[in-house]
Design a protein. Structure first.
Length: 78
C-alpha cells in the first residue's frame, strides 16, 4: 500500500506505476510496476533523488521523451 508521504515523494511518477517499499529498517526500494528499479538509504532518499531515478528509468528503459503530458497536437494526430 502506498502512503500519502510516498505519493508526495514520487510526485507525478506515482501515477505512472512507481511505488516505494521498505524491505528493511534503513532502506527504501523504488519499484516500477512491481519491479525493483533502485535502492536508497532512508536517510539519503529525497523527493528530488527519487523523482530523478523515476525519470532516468523511463528514459533508459521505456524511451520516454521527458514530457509530463501529451501535447495537444500529438493527441489530435493519433
Amino acid at each position: 500500500m502506498t502512503t500519502e508521504a510516498q505519493t508526495q515523494g514520487l510526485g507525478i511518477f506515482s501515477q505512472w506505476g512507481f511505488t516505494l517499499w521498505n524491505p528493511e529498517d534503513h532502506t527504501i526500494m523504488l519499484l516500477h510496476n512491481g519491479r525493483s528499479i533502485a535502492i536508497f538509504s532512508q536517510t539519503g532518499a529525497t523527493e528530488k533523488s527519487l523523482q530523478k531515478e523515476c525519470a532516468l528509468h523511463l528514459v533508459r528503459c521505456h524511451g520516454w521523451d521527458g514530457a509530463l503530458w501529451r501535447r495537444q497536437n500529438e493527441e489530435t494526430n493519433q
